[in-house]
Ligand binder design. Structure first.
Ligand code: NAD
Length: 278
């Protein structure tokens, strides 16, 4: 039996855990060889732990368990040379990259009046420059083969603002402007470029002490039950968060070979919040 992505190669950034892991395993289960990267290092500007090398190894193990090949590298998407080296390794070992999911990102929470330059730089470099570096690194090979499917991950905060989120929202609005412009640049080369704008997704990015405390400043040690109603208020449908698999389903849709003429789109997966914003 043939699978949707037989013979194809998918690159996923920020793949050590969360949404990136979900996307990586889904591509492998459907026949793709997979190229993974993650920085696997905490940042002093980020108030929760980022992924670890064992997390990345676990994603690689899950991919390998499907029988597909996997390249797994510790790399920071903010480092263009590292992304170019990863793509060169993928071309050398697998011969191509057909799909790129620019998923890596961080959440930095601080009011604009006290946000440090370091916090601003972290969120812009990881979330926006990292997307440029990823797309910039894969575009040349895709143009040569006249084929590519690129998905960037924005946010519902790429369509709105929120308190403490000026840096994050600026980065995610930037991802949308970047995505639409890249879609036009690559339109003549068989390459689609689309963004997904998730709502609250149940990953370590939202389930951490720092964010819980920010959402419930009235409580000493807020629990998941304490913050659920606050998360829910950010959606229109009565659900506090969605599973990573809900984003993966849209990633798979946008990267199907037959979906050649959807490009420059922003698909919200945010439990109806899209109904409230432009
Ligand atoms: P996550 O924290 O579980 O995963 C993000 C991964 O990216 C981590 O493994 C982290 O180590 C890695 N990473 C961060 N900066 C990196 C860098 N510069 N280079 C390489 N790797 C890096 O969170 P997630 O929810 O899976 O996030 C995936 C994407 O979805 C992010 O772009 C995030 O902004 C976006 N998003 C998340 C939510 C949410 O509620 N979780 C909502 C909207 C958008």
């Amino acid at each position: 039996m043939t699978s949707t992505y037989d013979g194809q190669v998918a690159l996923i950034t920020g793949a050590a855990r969360g949404q990136g892991r979900s996307h990586a395993v889904a591509f492998a289960e459907r026949g793709a060889d997979v190229v993974l990267c993650d920085r696997c290092e905490d940042s002093p500007a980020v108030g929760y732990p980022l992924a670890t090398e064992p997390d990345l190894a676990e994603t690689a193990r899950l991919v390998a368990a499907t029988g597909r090949r996997c390249i797994s590298v510790r790399a920071d998407t903010a480092d263009r040379a590292a992304m170019d080296a990863l793509v060169a390794q993928a071309h050398s070992e697998f011969g191509r990259i057909d799909i790129a999911v620019a998923n890596a990102g961080v959440s930095v929470a601080a009011p604009v009046q006290s946000m440090s330059s370091g916090q601003w730089a972290e969120v812009i470099y990881s979330n926006l420059t990292g997307v440029f570096n990823t797309v910039g690194a894969v575009a040349g090979g895709m143009i040569e083969r006249d084929y590519g499917r690129i998905v960037t991950i924005s946010s519902m905060l790429g369509r709105a603002g929120n308190t403490n989120m000026a840096g994050y929202a600026a980065s995610k609005w930037g991802v949308i402007g970047f995505t639409k412009s890249a879609a036009l640049d690559l339109a003549g080369h068989g390459i689609t470029v689309n963004a997904i704008a998730p709502g609250n997704i149940s990953t370590p990015m939202i389930h951490n002490e720092a964010l819980y405390s920010m959402m419930r400043p009235d409580l000493q040690s807020p629990t998941i039950d304490d913050v659920a109603p606050v998360f829910e208020s950010l959606h229109a449908q009565p659900v506090p968060w969605l599973e990573a698999a809900e984003i993966t389903r849209v990633v798979l849709f946008l990267t199907e070979p037959d979906n050649a003429h959807i490009s420059g789109a922003v698909i919200p997966v945010d439990a109806g919040n899209a109904a409230r914003v432009t």
